[in-house]
Design a protein around this ligand. Sequence first.
Ligand code: FAD
Length: 485
Amino acid sequence: MSSSSTALVWLRRDLRLADNPALQHALSVAETVIPVYIHAPHEEAPWEPGAASLWWLHHSLGALSNDLQRLGSRLIIRSGSTPECLESLLAETGATQLYWNRLYEPAVIKRDQQIKQQLRDQSIEVQSFNSALLFEPWEITNKAGQPCKVFTPFWKTCCAQGVHRLPLPTPETLPAVDPELTSIPLAALGLLPTLDWDTGLASSWQVGEQGAHEALESFIDGAMHAYKEDRNRPDLAGTSKLSPHLHFGEISPLQVHSACMRAVAEGRYPGEDRHLLHFLSEIGWREFSYHLLYHFPQTPESPLDTRFERFPWPKTDPEQLRAWQKGQTGIPIVDAAMRELWHTGWMHNRVRMVVASLLSKNLQIHWLEGARWFWDTLVDADLANNTQGWQWTAGCGADAAPYFRIFNPVLQGERFDPQGKYVRQWVPEIAGLPDNYLQKPWEAPAEVLAAAKINLGRTYPHPILDLGETRQSALQAFSAIKQPP
Ligand code: FAD
């Protein structure tokens, strides 16, 4: 094999060909470019990808592999220890250059820094690039030059800096990879579940770069026109559903930003600015989550607000936790959300906040229990966003919901699922209830329940908690730790 102009492109969560800076750089400096994926989930411990993530990864690698072949290349898959796999690939191919796009999880940063140092010591040219963020976490600071802990000034600073890059194009062709170079078959990674709980996932998503762009285009032409209001409605398709595509890097935030700007310029988006700006600010929340994870790498396990370290979480009641996980709490909007998650691998943001508030506040179960369940079941499970979402709702994160904000799931259901479409879809056993009792079946008179063929405690659970009482006890418990030490 040729040596001097061979580069490895180590693909991780940048599973796309367009706007891929590491790939573009390799193509600009090397004659032979070898795309490599190394499966090493143990290196991300304690946050190894969960079951739903692995399902997505399987299909995303499959799509990428097909796309690479279409352009004349081939994805080389290896598994085991990343440093060893890379060393072996460098030796087998004679490559002297290694390029990758940066990730920001603490365990991954540590590993990547070690690899960079070790290989540079062996005179390998190693370079990393930004493909996952509009703004690197170290590029934004508050007025005192410190990391930001509040979203609004963070996003204002980002907007003032502006985005001055355009996405890189998709390569037209790619150099061939030596057929002798071995790759393990994708199926051998064992990413797919052995039990068939994934049929709902398969029918809910089009995984891969093309699916990501189709989702973006249909969002820009459709739901974005009413995003600011409809984004709160779990009963409507009011959001982009780009989260797993963004997590796996099948599309970049730069491509999303640029597509929005192009739609405006082309007059395809006659909608009001407030919808577009609100959508971009949600991309901003993703940037903020990465900023926090980078600067406060302890937060996946520990509260950002250190006063919460002394919060005496009561011992978790395993039955209550199980009821919450399985969508059997007896509180319809919560059960609908938890079942949507189990069935599709995704949950609407509004109800993510509702179920997280119920767990961490009403049930006073440690937010980490919820974060871990989400981690295993979400196809978009993302250490930055999940940590930020859970800490925000539990009240211990940056820009957190104040401790006295405890979502009332009945009111949330009545407001954001006004005709009960969402609850009826996911909790069909209570679909026959009239709207005024749908979100609180325990208040329905016996004859109403009988007419809807509901036997509470048998066909649908009694609520596992009293919302009013648990709210009071949570307020008491949380107010104690909000006092200065
Ligand atoms: P859209 O409304 O279309 O937003 C576009 C993109 O902006 C999203 O794809 C996402 O990348 C980003 N975004 C939107 N809202 C947020 C937010 N609140 N915080 C950070 N980024 C945001 N998001 C994840 O991607 N992975 C997670 O593991 C995750 N866990 C969460 C846990 C909790 C308890 C909460 C409250 C929120 C969590 N979120 C998580 C954030 C949010 O719920 C999802 O990003 C959003 O629902 C994805 O749907 P969408 O792509 O249709 O969003």
